[in-house]
Design a protein around this ligand. Structure first.
Ligand code: ATP
Length: 239
């Protein structure tokens, strides 16, 4: 990868049993980029996210955050170094308040002025302000996804990994969510995004990769991928 990449995967191999899901996967995300990875069901997108974040120990290959290898260190240390994963399925703590969920997002950092930072995050996610002291489990699905992303932002990460943020959300909520993602991109937050709705992911991203059977098979600007007839036929029809 290039020297200034925030996150680089080199020949990454990962999986669960004898046959790896990911084989020799290469990608990089540069500062301020939003990069989308698109691919069919079961292509290995979530496996890739988990391997990058240290939740799944890679079998082989390198994962580099800034200029340090992270593929052999524990997930919580990777988080402390600035990689925040918002996993599939908006995993908030349902019994805790929205406020406490946000506060937990910053627990990898020291000397945090929680009130000030929560205030800053709420500016981006105004829906959460109205529910700040209510239980997170009472939020709608879309609001929980917003909370999961907001909690990721509380870590002030070098890079934010978003795994299937639109999964299971109503169309209106998906649009609202993608408006927020466009704002984050415009502000230069570095993001690696996976979404089943490839047309949305490519519309918001700067660059994209196509993953097929655990390998990257295309790499281009998001606009070029979105207008490519082969990509369109294979991935953009299922909205
Ligand atoms: P989807 O959008 O359907 O989640 P994906 O591209 O994210 O697809 P993965 O979830 O990474 O794909 O799954 C890739 C392959 O790994 C699939 O064949 C899946 O069955 C398998 N797999 C995923 N999780 C596990 C697991 N915990 N144990 C064993 N196999 C798994």
């Amino acid at each position: 990868g290039s020297r200034d990449a925030v996150l680089t995967a080199i020949n990454l191999v990962a999986g669960y049993g004898a046959a790896p899901v990911l084989s020799d996967l290469n990608l990089e995300v540069r500062p301020g980029e939003m990069v989308a990875v698109i691919g069919a069901n079961g292509a290995g997108k979530s496996t890739m996210m988990r391997a990058l974040a240290g939740l799944l120990r890679p079998i082989d290959g390198d994962v580099i955050l800034d200029d340090q290898r992270i593929d052999k260190i524990a997930a919580h240390r990777i988080a402390a170094r600035g990689l925040a994963l918002v996993p599939e399925g908006r995993q908030v703590f349902p019994e805790l308040s929205v406020y406490d969920n946000l506060e937990l997002g910053a627990n990898t950092r020291r000397d945090v002025d929680y009130a000030a930072e929560i205030e800053a995050v709420l500016k981006r996610f105004p829906r959460l302000r109205e529910r700040l002291h209510g239980r997170a489990g009472l939020l709608s699905g879309g609001e929980q996804q917003m909370l999961a992303i907001a909690r990721g932002m509380m870590a002030k990460p070098r890079i934010l990994l978003l795994d299937e943020p639109s999964l299971g959300l109503a169309p209106a909520m998906i649009n609202e969510l993608y408006d927020v993602l466009a704002d984050l991109r415009d502000e230069g937050i570095t993001i690696l995004l996976v979404d089943q709705i490839a047309v949305l992911a490519l519309a918001v991203a700067d660059r994209g990769y196509v993953i097929d059977s655990g390998k990257i098979v295309r790499d281009d600007s998001a606009a070029a991928l979105a207008s490519d007839p082969e990509v369109e036929a294979a991935y953009l029809g299922h909205v």
